[in-house]
Design a binder for this molecule. Structure first.
Ligand SMILES: Nc1ncnc2c1ncn2[C@@H]1O[C@H](COP(=O)(O)OP(=O)(O)OP(=O)(O)O)[C@@H](O)[C@H]1O
Length: 561
């Protein structure tokens, strides 16, 4: 075991920032190697020397006099500007830590932005995806009587009690309220989610303005412009909704195999109804994709789709997450309480992913929601009624879990009103090519390449491989290949695949699969011969449905025979 001191010294060597400790006489007592690199004196032992000898431009004397931190000063170093901050240690009687970093031009910009946002006559607050404040400008903080530094890091509802940002980041829907009443003020509030390019929610932003400010003369023009923009936005929103409604949600699910076509047809029919749906399938087969498509194709499409991963949330937090809590329900409960996912999904769909991992203790509570569509928040007395549709998914064998006593039979029946099995990719190799085509299109845009497809050898390897991670694994393998393609490459070749990907079929452990395929082909040929080419008869001889025979003929390219 390394000693704590050694460990600390080691960690210090890993930092990108330079650190120097000095005592009240300005003598260096400790440092990390990066500090010397930034100061241009690498490799020296400067312990015991005066700071001013190695760093003449230091402003330590000021700090030793005022005993106040001095943050973000700029000095010229050997390799460009250095940002230097001084932090006197609380009980250090003048001992000070100095943090050095190479000045990044981003710092200048970030400072300009920060100053701009701070001075803007508009309240601004930004939260992360958990609804915690990461930024609040001076104007906004003063509107609600807080100091910016004390507000950052707190749940937004604690600082801006009127904010709906928590719901905005959970549901992804904006919130506009031109008439918020707060401590005698009338505020205008606009809150929107911040999303990345793929639509994932990163956080949210709140804009607050007192109504009288909007009506002041200098704002009238601004307000007028704002109204025009807002109307234009509404127009675009309508247009987007129109486009989205006309774009079938099933388009995203690629595949030409009879299994996937049949499944899409069935799911489209199920979407029209209200029954709960259970999606079964191995990891990465597209359960999430199907759940979203069912919601999009249902009459609930304009209401929220809320996903909960039952395996990812610790058991003791799951109840609060699902059902919410009232103020004071437990220590640490947020002021004003918090709505649960079921409440937020009212009118929409709740997608319970990894339902096989739902703790036994939660199962009766979920059962009650399924039976009565009602529940109480933790610590609450009021019964809340919700209108939600449940789609659940798992890659576990629920029936076995029921037998083992880990899953309640009554809950299973309630969830599995309609069960859809999504077959693993290895059972539908003909889907590989169309899925690859759409993924290649996507990655061509992302990586700015013009790949046209798979080489015949890669196609063969893909069709033989067992894909334990299904479509997700296929996606990862292709993305890996894109990282190794040259701009002039038009086809994905075996050498672009990950080194762990089996490069030869026989060495990949697929002998059994190949043997079965060969035996199948033999049997089909014999049956066709015996049936004198009559496929109905051949299917009867083989003991399979004629449609099954047609599929196999296509798969093995035996149609001409
Ligand atoms: N038929 C398909 N066509 C196109 N993309 C697909 C298809 N099936 C799955 N995908 C893609 O594969 C990835 C994994 O799919 P998804 O997350 O829906 O699987 P899952 O079954 O929910 O996985 P898990 O059980 O691990 O949560 C996603 O990026 C999804 O878009």
């Amino acid at each position: 075991m390394p000693s704590l001191d050694n460990l600390v010294t080691y960690i210090l060597t890993l930092l990108n920032h330079g650190l120097i400790w000095v005592n009240k006489s300005g003598i260096i007592t400790e440092f990390n190697p990066q500090a010397l690199v930034i100061l241009g004196v690498p490799g020296q032992d400067v312990r015991g020397r005066k700071l001013t000898e190695v760093f003449p431009a230091s402003r330590l004397s000021e700090v030793l006099t005022t005993r106040q931190p001095l943050v973000g000063t700029k000095v010229q170093g050997i390799k460009g500007a250095i940002r230097v901050s001084y932090f006197p240690l609380p009980e250090g009687e003048g001992n000070t830590v100095i943090v050095l970093e190479q000045w990044d031009t981003g710092h200048d910009l970030a400072e300009i932005y920060e100053a701009l946002l701070a001075e803007l006559p508009l309240g601004l607050a930004v939260v992360d995806k958990e609804g915690k404040l990461v930024f609040i400008n001076k104007y906004c903080a003063s509107l609600v009587g807080w100091r910016e530094e004390s507000a950052v890091g707190l749940p937004v509802a604690q600082v801006l009690p009127f904010s709906r940002l928590f719901e905005v980041v959970t549901t992804g829907r904006s919130y506009l309220n031109p008439e918020v009443q707060f401590k005698g003020q009338r505020l205008c509030l606009a809150e929107i989610p911040l999303k990345n390019k793929s639509g994932e929610i990163l956080g949210g932003i709140s804009r607050v303005l007192p109504q009288e400010a909007i009506l002041q003369d200098n704002f009238k023009d601004f307000y007028h412009q704002f109204k025009i923009m807002e109307n234009r936005l509404l127009l675009y929103k309508d247009e987007l909704e129109f486009l989205q409604e006309n774009l079938s949600p099933w388009v995203a699910i690629q595949g030409i195999s009879p299994q996937i076509k049949e499944l899409k047809k069935l799911a489209a029919r199920v979407a029209q109804g209200e029954a709960n749906v259970l999606l079964l399938g191995e990891s990465g087969t597209g359960k999430d994709l199907f759940a979203r498509a069912i919601h999009q194709a249902s009459r609930r499409r304009k209401e929220p789709f809320i996903k909960i991963n039952c395996a990812a949330i610790p058991e003791n937090l799951l109840e609060a997450e699902l059902f919410g809590y009232e103020e004071g329900a437990f220590t640490g409960a947020a002021r004003g309480g918090k709505p649960g996912k079921f409440e937020l999904a009212d009118g929409g769909t709740v997608f319970l992913d990894e339902i096989g991992d739902l703790p036994l203790s939660m199962q009766p509570k979920l059962l009650r929601v399924l039976q009565e569509r009602s529940f109480e928040r933790i610590g609450g007395r009021k019964t809340l009624n919700v209108d939600v549709r449940i789609i659940a998914a798992t890659n576990k064998d629920l029936v076995s879990l029921v037998k083992e006593g880990k899953f309640r039979l009554d809950l299973y029946y309630r969830l599995a009103v309609i069960t859809l099995h999504i077959p693993p990719l290895r059972e539908r190799p003909m889907d590989i090519e169309p899925i690859c085509r759409s993924l290649i299109q996507k990655f061509n845009i992302k990586y700015m390449l013009e790949v046209q497809g798979l080489s015949p050898k890669v196609k063969e390897l893909f069709e033989e491989y067992s894909w334990p991670g299904n479509v997700r694994e296929l996606e990862n393998v292709l993305e890996y290949a894109f990282n190794f393609l040259d701009p002039e490459d038009k086809l994905i070749l075996p050498e672009h695949l990950p080194p762990t990907f089996p490069q030869s079929i026989s060495s990949g452990g697929f002998e059994l699969k190949k043997a079965v395929a060969l035996a199948e082909q033999e049997a089909i040929k014999k049956a066709l011969l015996a049936a004198k080419g009559n496929k109905q008869e051949a299917a009867r001889l083989l003991g399979i449905h004629p449609s099954g025979l047609y599929q196999k003929l296509k798969k093995y390219n035996l149609n001409e025979g």
